[in-house]
Structure formats: C-alpha cells, structure tokens
Design a protein around this ligand. Structure first.
Ligand code: SF4
Ligand code: SF4
Length: 472
C-alpha cells in the first residue's frame, strides 16, 4: 500500500487514496463540529490558505450559519486578492484528432462520425485574426493527443504563428497551452516557445475511476498523467494550471485531490499551481452527461468554488463558457478570477460558423465577448486583458512572492484599466465603450499611489490617441 507523502515524485504517494478516504471520513465526522469549523474559519482569515483536510471539513460543513460565513470569507478574500478585476481569455482548438478513449469527450478515438479537423498554419492565422478582432489578447490552445497528426512540432509551429500575427492593433500576448501529458524534453520546448501557463486537467484523481474513464490510449496511464506537472516544472515551465472535470467522481474526493496536488507542487518546487479550473461535465456529440452519476448542482458548485478560494487564495480560478451566465455571475463573487468569453469549442469555430456536432462540449454562455465585457462592467467588474506578468518575466515563484507581498495589486489594477481602455478603443460597441469609459474614470480614483495614478491618466490618454501596449 502506498504511503502518503506530499513530497514524493510518485503519483500514488502524493495523491494518496487512503489519505483522501481518511480526509473524507474526518470531514464527515466533523461536518457539524462548530468549534473546529470556527477555528478553521479563523485560520482561513489569515489568508495563508488551508490544508486539504482543513478545507475538506469546511466543504462538508452542514451548519447553515457557518456556511454563510464561509461564503462571506471567500468573497472577502476574492476582493482582497483580485479586487473587482476579471481576466479574459478564449480557447483556440487546433485539432480534434485524438488517440485516447476518454469516455466523457466526443473526440475519443472510437467516435467515427465526428468530423476530424486539424488547422493548417494559414487557418490558424485566420482564427487568430478573428480572435484579435474580437479583442482577445490571451489564448488557451487545445489539441487532442495524436503523435502523428498533432506532434509537438505542430504545436510549436502553431505557437510561433500565433505570436507573429499582428492584425490592426491586435496581438495575442500570452498563449497558454492545454495539451496531453508529455516528456520533460517537450515541456522544455514549450517553455522555449514562450508559452504562458501549461494547463492539464487531471479529470479525476480517483485512480480506479480514472482507468475506467480512460480505457485506451496513452492517457490510460494514471501515474504518467498525474506526474505531468512535475515533468513540466522540470522542463522549466513554472506556471502550471490544474483542474478536474466535476461530475466524473465524488466532488469531495476531487476537491481533496486538487488541494493535495497543489500541496505536492508547493512541497517539491516551492510554488503551487498558477490556476485551478473548475469545469463540470457537459453534453456533446455522443456524450450524455446524465450517464455520469456524480453531477453536482449549482449550490454545491458554489460551495466548492468558495472553499477552493479560501484554501488557495493565491491561485487564480478559471471558469469557462460551459457554465451559464447565471452560474458564472454567482461564482465570480466567490472566487473565480478568469473567464472565457465568446468561445468556440470546435476546431476552426471562430471563422466557420460552429457545427454543433463537432464541439468538444456544448457552450452554455453563448454571448459575444463584447456582451460579456459589458455585462461584467455593469456588475461592477473590470474586464482585464492584462498579460503583463508573463511578459515581464513575473512567473512561478517570482509571481507568487509578489502576490504574497500584496504588491501585485499595484500592477493588476492599473494594467486592467489600460488594457480595458485598449479594448474599448479598438473593439467595443459604442454602448459598451460608454459604460467602460465611465467605469475607468471611476476606477482611476481607486489607484492608491498618486504617482501611479498620474502615469495611468497619461497613458490612458495616449491609448485614446492610438498608442498601445503599456504595462506595469
Ligand atoms: S479529453 Fe482530450 S485526450 Fe480525451 S478524448 Fe478528448 S481530446 Fe482526446
Ligand atoms: S499584473 Fe499580472 S497578476 Fe495582475 S492581472 Fe496582469 S498578468 Fe495577472
């Protein structure tokens, strides 16, 4: 039997099944233990996070008043660390060829009727121009796993193409990459190609379920997949994004696993994950979400987001257009710091109208980016197209130490205002621009340092006069 050890390099030791089972039992035994729950809430208020065991108790907590306190604390931590900024991004699907057999994804190799497509470099150019014309600056690349159709060279060439395209005032300034688990050598190549975050979802931390859900293909190997972030970090990538697909296994199991994964990366590399994504399983071509019986309702989902926010305050949290407008609105308060907008989840979907049956999942929030931007601003959020940290080399532990010192706030807020201004000048509809310009005027006042405020005012004027790409 594997022994739990967060600093181990072996998947079954740092994501230890017995430790998770004990954690769940402990959480269950203490779900109405008011004294313990109070002490954990007090500890969480120190904003230094909680362990997987501690956070699991809060997730299991069944005292309504305490749950209200948990929500309020999550909201407060969200405000303190992320202010009212929401970072925007879009996925870009390069290829849906895939040799794996993931039973929850329509791109699985046995699906013979879904149209397969791999973008040429010229098609990538067209997609990127379409994304730039929407106003996007930050992309997440997605491909299936297929060594023949989507080798690493193809991904590297595509990244180069994406960074090279400058259409009108557009530019993709940060390319995050979500490709299958690979070798240290390939991660090194991705790092050299200038990627932002390397994202890989665990899907489920439960090994037995994992193997059943991934019956064929290289992804079947649980250890190779679970240890991917270690190899990515060995390859020099210091911003990694983790996540699970909620609905495949018991959400409380996954929650403990996610936090153990974060603790592992912190223990071995001194820096936890840059982001955590919280996708829930959705309908797609030959996928019926109802056959997975661990689906979670919106209330549970909100609790989950709140508890992640409290447990890892420095980790960005991402939500996609899988979720409806209503659900996204709720979890934005509780901890989500990055959202996608105007997404297409099929290969070539930004240029060609989406063929429903070739999407990886059904999009629930189908609004345009501009509609999402306006909606966010009307809710009092600042949509941010900032990519400054990556471009200033503030990644990995440099980024985390800046976060932990609280100084990052002095960069994020002005950068959000300046990148929003660029968006409003170049891409917004007049009604969106009007809302945005008023918001910026109001938010300038919230820049605490007089000197920074003056610089921002000058730069905003320069942006209105056609200059671009300022950052702190
Ligand atoms: S989830 Fe990824 S690896 Fe699995 S079938 Fe879909 S594209 Fe392939
Ligand atoms: S300054 Fe850094 S942390 Fe802040 S929004 Fe920009 S990229 Fe993100």
């Amino acid at each position: 039997m594997a022994i739990y050890n967060p600093a181990s390099s072996k998947a079954e030791e740092f994501i230890n099944h017995e430790e998770i089972l004990e954690t769940l039992e402990y959480a269950d035994q203490n779900k109405t233990n008011e004294a313990l729950i109070d002490s954990l809430i007090e500890k969480a208020k120190l904003r230094k996070g909680l362990t997987h065991r501690e956070a699991s108790v809060l997730l299991a907590c069944q005292i309504p008043e305490k749950n209200e306190e948990i929500y309020a604390l999550a909201e407060q931590i969200k405000k303190d660390f992320y202010g009212n900024r929401i970072v925007m991004f879009a996925p870009l699907y390069l290829s849906n060829y895939c040799v794996n057999g993931c039973v929850y994804c329509p791109y699985h190799a046995k699906n013979k009727h879904i149209p397969r497509k791999k973008l040429t470099q010229e098609e990538i150019r067209q997609e990127v121009i379409a994304l730039q014309d929407m106003g996007h600056k930050r992309l997440a690349l997605e491909t299936g796993e297929d060594p023949i159709n989507n080798p690493i060279e193809y991904v590297l060439e595509s990244i180069k193409t994406i960074y090279s395209i400058k259409h009108k005032n557009g530019a993709i300034r940060r390319v995050n990459v979500n490709i299958a688990a690979t070798t240290v050598e390939n991660y090194r190549k991705l790092k050299e190609a200038g990627i932002g975050t390397y994202i890989l979802f665990q899907e489920t931390y439960h090994k037995e379920s994992y193997e059943k859900l991934h019956p064929t293909g290289p992804k079947h190997n649980y250890a190779y997949h679970t240890e991917a972030m270690d190899r990515a970090m060995q390859g020099g990538i210091d911003d990694v994004g983790i996540g699970v697909l909620f609905g495949l296994e018991l959400y409380r199991y996954e929650f403990a696993g996610l936090l153990m994964h974060a603790e592992h990366l912190e223990a071995v590399f001194g820096v936890g994950p840059h982001t955590i994504s919280v996708p829930r399983i959705r309908r797609a071509d030959d996928i019926d979400p109802d056959v997975f019986d661990n689906g979670i309702d919106d209330d549970t989902f909100a609790k989950l987001v709140a508890c992640i926010r409290i447990a890892v305050p420095y980790t960005g949290m991402i939500i996609s257009t899988r979720e409806s407008q209503k659900c996204r609105e709720r979890v934005l308060h509780l901890g989500v710091s990055q959202i996608s907008g105007g997404s297409r989840t099929s290969v070539g979907g930004y240029v060609e109208p989406e063929e429903e049956d070739s999407s990886q999942f059904e999009v629930s929030d189908t609004r345009t980016l501009d509609e999402v931007v306006k909606w966010l601003m009307e809710l009092g959020y600042i949509p941010s197209f900032c990519t400054a940290c990556y471009r200033e080399g503030r990644t990995g532990d440099r980024f985390m130490s800046l976060c932990k010192s609280g100084q990052i706030q002095n960069c994020c807020h002005p950068n959000a205002l300046m990148t929003l201004k660029e968006y409003l000048e170049d891409y917004a509809r007049p009604e969106t621009k009007a809302v945005g310009d008023a918001l910026i005027l109001k938010e300038i006042e919230n820049i605490p340092k007089e000197k920074v405020r003056q610089i921002v005012i000058e730069r905003l004027e320069k942006i209105a006069n056609g200059e671009r790409d300022f950052r702190f």
